[in-house]
Design a protein. Sequence first.
Length: 175
Amino acid sequence: MYNLKSTLFLDLTKNQKSSLLGCVKNFVKKHKEKSTEDIIGLFIEDETYYYEQGVPHFEWIIEEFEKEEFLKQLKIYIDDCKKQLEQKDAQKPFLEKQKAIMKEQRQKAREFKLSKEPPTKKQLYYYDKLCKKYNLEKTNTETLSRLDLMRMIERIVDEHKDTEILSGKSIENLS
């Protein structure tokens, strides 16, 4: 199926063929629920309309619509495009699941990396400011990792988020 492009429309130049195949593929995406004959009819109708308006996609294509071999090859390519779209739709749930797994793995790798690093000066400063603002007792941060401090800061912000909203202050004022 993937060698299909090299066997179709051999009488066209490389640029003509490339632009025609791209245009037909996009056209099939728009009308994928219709039958192949309907898609061919709509494509011919559209190209004829644009040609009559003086802004054709392809100036050479109107003569090609008269050739039976061109229409036969166009039908073959449209069928192939529809099959590819069906395969892509069938694989979509699998790809979404795979993306979710990869995102989870990246998050775990990030957390592992952060668990091995010491906290940054910004984190320590921000933690100190939060403790002063909310009158919290500071814990010893010398043995904590960057991940641990990040989670502590998140916990403090989450605990006091509701009180900030109730008192009319915004969370952005924490920094």
